[in-house]
Design a protein around this ligand. Structure first.
Ligand code: ATP
Ligand code: MG
Ligand code: MG
Length: 357
């Protein structure tokens, strides 16, 4: 029976491993960050996937990424570079925030002319959790830092109403299946909380599915992909794509009969994929840079995922999935979290309560 090897052994790799167990799929998440001379016992029929878009080159990562069953091989580099990712979106006419490449000739005044007084530069490679961003503001008469030229794109600041994401899967046969849209709250560039499903987003579902299926078909993608969007009125603009399971899909662990990790494994292994059933509306709260609090486990509707990483400022160390059997139960749990969690959580928790008011 083929094994599934995952490039990367962070929390996503761990949750993929966990999801393989009930299906007796042997998933091995591989640490490709620590230098080693180790070579893996890969079999020709094994399947290779990744929990991240980028990885350092080493004998180990090359062994995995050059295996003939490295699924979506060419997609990773294409999406890991924001320049080629945004070019792809333009090419297939999927709406995205207006942008341009920042190169030697880029003139800051032209950026303000084209995009308005606030322009967001993003590093082409390696940015995550809002790291690798640099705001240019006309009012502050800044300059383009020289070490951003040729290494960044510039985007129009989008005055969005809110952020949503769509997590979906494509099989080898080209069948696409989606979860309902997820509403996301970011704070300082980091995802703090998600809510899904929401009836008030239903009218955007078909639009979002059309966009993500166009992208996945164009890439002949197999597996789970996430599409982060800005909602501007009734229109969606793609912010960015992730060719993997995604933080905004973690609610599916508590809310559906088949979570995003199992969905990804099924697609890789060619196992049939029915439409996932939503059992509960869910709220996901990311645990960022805070110590494990045993009181969380006393909440009647909470499922804790603790990643067992060293707690550091701004680092994702776990998440809480709160199912919503009824509004009263959710409100009680959120109120408890308001008293237990530090100040940076007060705005996200209030945001959750407001959605259920
Ligand atoms: P992730 O951890 O999701 O991979 P990232 O570092 O790749 O994050 P983005 O998703 O591109 O960065 O941006 C992070 C957040 O910054 C967005 O979720 C959004 O809140 C804000 N943002 C990004 N682009 C824009 C924009 N063009 N206009 C306004 N806000 C933006
Ligand atoms: Mg990103
Ligand atoms: Mg993002």
């Amino acid at each position: 029976k083929p094994k599934v090897w995952v490039l990367g052994n962070g929390q996503l790799g761990a949750m993929l491993t966990h999801a393989g167990e009930p299906l007796a799929i042997d998933v091995r998440a591989v640490d490709i960050m620590t230098p080693t001379d180790e070579i893996l016992p890969l079999a020709p029929q094994d399947i290779i996937t990744a929990e991240r878009e980028q990885w350092p080159e080493s004998a180990l990562s090359l062994q995995l990424s050059t295996h003939p069953h490295f699924v979506n091989g060419p997609v990773f580099s294409r999406l890991a570079d924001r320049y080629s990712q945004k070019s792809l979106l333009d090419q297939i006419q999927v709406p995205t925030a207006p942008w341009t490449l920042v190169d030697d000739k880029t003139d800051i005044e032209n950026l303000y002319q084209d995009f308005g007084p606030r322009v967001l530069m993003k590093r082409r490679m390696g940015g995550y959790d809002g790291k690798g961003q640099h705001w240019l503001k006309q009012a502050e008469a800044g300059e383009i830092p020289h070490d951003w030229r040729n290494l960044a794109i510039a985007e129009q600041a989008i005055n969005f109403d809110e952020e949503v994401s769509l997590v979906g899967v494509r099989t080898r046969e080209g069948q696409c299946v989606f979860y309902p849209l997820t509403l996301n709250l970011h704070q300082d560039g980091i995802l703090m909380a998600s809510i899904s499903p929401l009836t008030r987003l239903n009218h955007l579902q078909a639009q979002a599915e059309g966009m993500l299926s166009a992208i996945m078909h164009e890439l002949e993608y197999v597996g789970v992909m996430a599409m982060e969007c800005f909602r501007v009125g009734d229109n969606l603009l793609v912010n960015e794509l992730a060719p993997r399971v995604h933080n905004s899909g973690h609610w599916t662990q508590a809310g559906t009969h088949m979570d995003q990790f199992q969905l990804h494994l099924r697609a890789l292994c060619g196992i049939v994929i029915p439409q996932p059933q939503v059992n509960f509306q869910c709220v996901m709260v990311n645990l960022i840079g805070i110590e494990n609090d045993p009181r969380w486990l006393s909440l009647p509707n909470a499922e804790l995922y603790w990643y067992n990483k060293e707690v550091r400022l701004g680092r994702k160390v776990g998440h809480l999935n709160l199912s919503v059997p009824n509004t009263a139960v959710l409100k009680d749990s959120i109120s408890a979290l308001q008293t237990w969690m530090p100040s940076q959580y007060q705005a996200p928790l209030a945001w959750i309560l407001a959605e259920f008011a």
